[in-house]
Design a protein around this ligand. Sequence first.
Ligand code: GAP
Length: 444
Amino acid sequence: MEKITSLAKRRGFVFQSSEIYGGQNGAWDYGPLGVELKNRIAQSWWREMTQLHDDIVGLDASILMHPRTWEASGHVENFTDPLADCKKCKTRFRTDMIPEENLSAKKCPECGGELTDTRKFNLMFKTNIGAAEDSASLIYLRPETAQGIYVNYKNIIQSNRMKIPFGIAQVGKAFRNEIVTKNFIFRTCEFEQMEMQYFVKPGTDEEWFTEWKKRRWAYYERMGVRMDHLRWHQHGPDELAHYAKDAYDIQYLFPMGWRELEGIHNRTDYDLNRHTEYSGKDLQYIDQDNNNERYIPYIIETSAGLTRNVLMILSDAYDEEKVADKGNEDDWRTVLRFHPSLAPITAAVLPLMKKDGLAELAQEIRQELKEEYAVDFDLGGAIGRRYRRQDEAGTPFCITVDYQSKEDGTVTLRYRDSMEQVRVPRAELAQRLRQEIKSYKRVK
Ligand code: GAP
């Protein structure tokens, strides 16, 4: 993890929040390469959910919602972690994360001091809206994006004439006052989720649950993730969230071990029933194709962390390799083997020399390609060193402009993964990149 964290900082993927003030725990800033990577992951998920599914539409609901939402959802009552403090060193622990022998002896795992009794700690951030700071102005930062979908479900049925089964997808920020925020961007207080809620007829929920498990697994496979680093984990009775009838996590083998990446939940009719009760509004679906049959739909949820996916993709892509290619200064390289459709930079144009019109020619090629691709231009230093810099940024293609380019209009296309170099006519570059991205298969 240290290597990934240090590369992320060095190359401008992720910075500590408010670093000049000593940093803000649980918050991170995405730098130039990081924001591109995060946006591409979100776009890929959005395309998968909305463009490739005729029955799923998008939504962007607000972070601030009516406080009754969180009473109805059960978060005010149930969204808690068990906590204890050490009376001596003042460290705060999630008691479900400390060894059983310490817990039963009420002994601090850090300093051996006495632990307080375990108490429940609600993870929602509270703030106040308006000028007064009293209980009437209390408002929460949403701890999941899902509730914004549930409260809009009727609006979307009416405005978009949706018929069950159908889904609503959303990407957005969520906030949790997490006590343990180690492991870089894995668990943070401010993060982003990519959630899709699929509304189905009661009785068909188990079938749809199995179907969505299959679809989400296939998605990661298509994204080129190392499938031996993914596995399923079914929630046992003690792990199930208060709303779930059944839940499976897709876990990824992160540098610190197997951890949850995404959850697929059968939320039943819990949420819509509770919103019916708390809002007093009728949230039944009326099936006009079936004698106006009325029912509260069941909901199958797929809930992935976007920022957690960034860490997964960075970990999955990270590689160190012994190499012996021409122009190389040492024989090790660090390379991020991103799928080309996720890479922050798709291609880097590198003139072999600044002089003799090569830089100008390379600029022309960059201008041509940037309409379609994220293109970098690098003039500085030996070509081998420039390749290394692009390998570290995960750039799948380097285009080198040399003296032959001036004569016959060809350039060298260098592949990040194999380091193979081929000559390609400049006029065919855009098309060639398109093909390479489409047919990309990770080999290492
Ligand atoms: N709506 C259901 C829900 O929020 P969850 O299992 O609590 O379920 C879903 O969260 C996903 O959100 C997780 O699989 C994880 O990827 C991400 N996530 C949850 N808490 C997070 C945190 N504190 N920091 C980063 N990502 C988080």
